[in-house]
Design a protein around this ligand. Structure first.
Ligand SMILES: Cc1cc2nc3c(=O)[nH]c(=O)nc-3n(C[C@H](O)[C@H](O)[C@H](O)COP(=O)(O)OP(=O)(O)OC[C@H]3O[C@@H](n4cnc5c(N)ncnc54)[C@H](O)[C@@H]3O)c2cc1C
Length: 449
């Protein structure tokens, strides 16, 4: 079969690998000038290893990803470490990544801490997510942990990830995070870019093609695709709907989610996403000097939710001895950080998503960074910095999500959709993108044209 895949993120690359291994002819169309999607790396002058545009690591539970790493002969380069995770609250950094650190956590009473430990263990042990997805995380968490612990620990997490949508999130989303998390975090020598490169190399060896800088914009391009037997969209759902808008059926309702039988577009449009902004700073000296890798910001007055000192996880010698600091957050897609108006004067022709200037974001965020580390002298310390953003970073996961997510087969014959909004009950991640890439390849193999 001749198969077109739209998007060279992990899902598209893995689908292409599996399909080319079965001797299908595959072409991937990728809008960016690099493959890898959200996981892709970049390299500054003097660095030995590329670095992900957005912070990335694996958990020990990410078995599908680890299997692929082994399959691609990258086993020797894959390693686990136990970097420090902490919470920033009341101007203090408190370690929060083990039973001992929970016992020492100062913002909860002993009773609350014991209850938190038992509650977390009970979530780790249960597999009954179908029951948990019927309730909202806010209610489930207050029930399980108590009001105070919810306010101190979990409300900031939910608000930080989902902003004004936080009250809609399902308890199953929270359960999935607890269930799959490990204190050991996995990384690859050379960064995740080497996984991307290896996938791309194998696809090409098998006769597949990856066309970079090739954005698919509308369904007219389907005319050229008539030579394809199957087309797989691994783009966000919104992008798929835009591209295919003329071809979508009007009277489709998969499972009567809507009160009346609505269009396929209406059904899919219910699923929303949060965007993200990541500022990556290269510094002359450490910022989280007490050694934390991942710092959750549990203070709603801050404009970001995480400060991640990558070089407290991975040795700085790979980055020319620079400290690498990610500062990031999740924002609704209409947030001013993403709005074109922010830079109307410089907006390139036809570009809808054009983010705020990195200089403006840094200026806005610097006072907060100073509050975390009052000795931080950015003028002396900063070597350079980059801003990365995506409008499609985190699916909003309401209750009963599994019952409503769209199938990979779309109502248009031989056109498939596979993206992070179709992952359930787990939270989005490389492991599940790889699993979905494999699944879609199997589906295509086993379906008639
Ligand atoms: C801030 C952040 C941190 C993360 N951290 C982790 C982590 O620590 N561990 C982990 O496992 N996962 C992490 N993830 C999730 C992981 O990056 C995703 O699960 C994974 O990249 C999803 O792969 P994908 O191929 O489905 O989608 P994407 O990576 O989004 O790829 C989709 C591709 O489609 C392309 N595309 C879109 N529109 C078009 C078009 N019209 N024409 C052609 N091409 C198009 C895009 O350019 C992109 O390359 C993180 C994600 C974010 C945002």
């Amino acid at each position: 079969m001749r198969i077109a895949i739209i998007g060279a993120g992990p899902t598209g690359l893995v689908a292409a690998l599996k399909l080319t291994q079965k001797n299908h002819q595959v072409i991937i169309f990728e809008k960016e000038k690099y493959p890898g999607g959200l996981m892709a790396g970049f390299k500054n002058k003097g660095w030995d290893w590329p670095l992900e545009r957005f912070y990335h690591h694996l958990f020990t539970s990410d078995k599908t990803a680890i299997r692929l790493i082994n399959e691609l002969d990258l086993k020797e380069k894959f390693f686990f470490k136990e970097p420090k995770t902490s919470i920033f609250k009341n101007k203090q950094i408190n370690r929060f990544d083990s039973a001992i650190s929970l016992i020492k956590f100062p913002y909860l009473s002993l009773k609350e801490r014991i209850r938190a430990g038992i509650a977390t263990l009970s979530l780790k042990l249960t597999d009954n997510w179908p029951e948990l997805e019927k309730i909202k995380a806010k209610e489930g968490l207050i029930d399980l942990y108590g009001q105070k612990t919810y306010e101190v620990l979990w409300k900031p997490l939910l608000k930080g990830k989902f902003g004004k949508f936080y009250q809609q999130i399902s308890m199953a989303w929270f359960w999935a995070r607890i269930k799959k998390r490990s204190t050991s975090l996995g990384y690859l020598e050379g960064g995740f870019q080497i996984l991307i490169d290896k996938l791309a190399e194998k696809i090409k060896q098998n006769g597949g093609q990856i066309l970079l800088n090739h954005e698919i914009k509308n369904s007219n391009e389907l005319i050229h695709w008539s030579k394809f037997d199957k087309v797989v969209f691994t783009t966000p759902t919104e992008t798929f709907l835009k591209i295919m808008k003329d071809k979508l059926p009007q009277d489709y309702s998969k499972n009567k989610v809507l009160p009346k039988a609505g269009s396929y577009k209406q059904e899919l449009s219910q699923f929303k996403m949060m965007g993200t902004i990541n500022l990556v700073l290269s510094l002359k000296e450490s910022f989280l000097t007490e050694g934390t890798y991942w710092l959750n910001i549990n203070d709603k007055s801050y404009p970001f939710v995480a400060v991640v000192e990558h070089t407290n996880f991975i040795d700085k010698s790979h980055y020319n001895n620079q400290t690498i600091l990610y500062v990031g957050g999740y924002y609704p897609q209409n947030h001013r950080y993403f709005r074109a108006e922010a830079r109307k004067d410089e907006r390139p022709e036809g570009k809808r998503h054009f983010k705020m200037k990195k200089e403006d974001i840094l200026k806005e965020w610097l006072p907060y960074l100073k509050k975390i580390n009052p000795t931080f002298n950015y003028q002396l310390s900063i070597i350079n910095y980059q801003l990365f953003s995506s409008l499609y970073a985190q699916p909003i996961v309401p209750i009963n999500y599994s019952k409503n997510i769209p199938a990979h087969q779309t109502p248009i014959k031989n056109i498939y959709l596979a993206n992070m909004q179709q992952i359930c009950p787990w939270d989005r991640g490389l492991n599940y993108a790889i699993g979905m890439g494999k699944k879609i390849a199997n589906l295509i193999e086993n379906e008639e044209i």
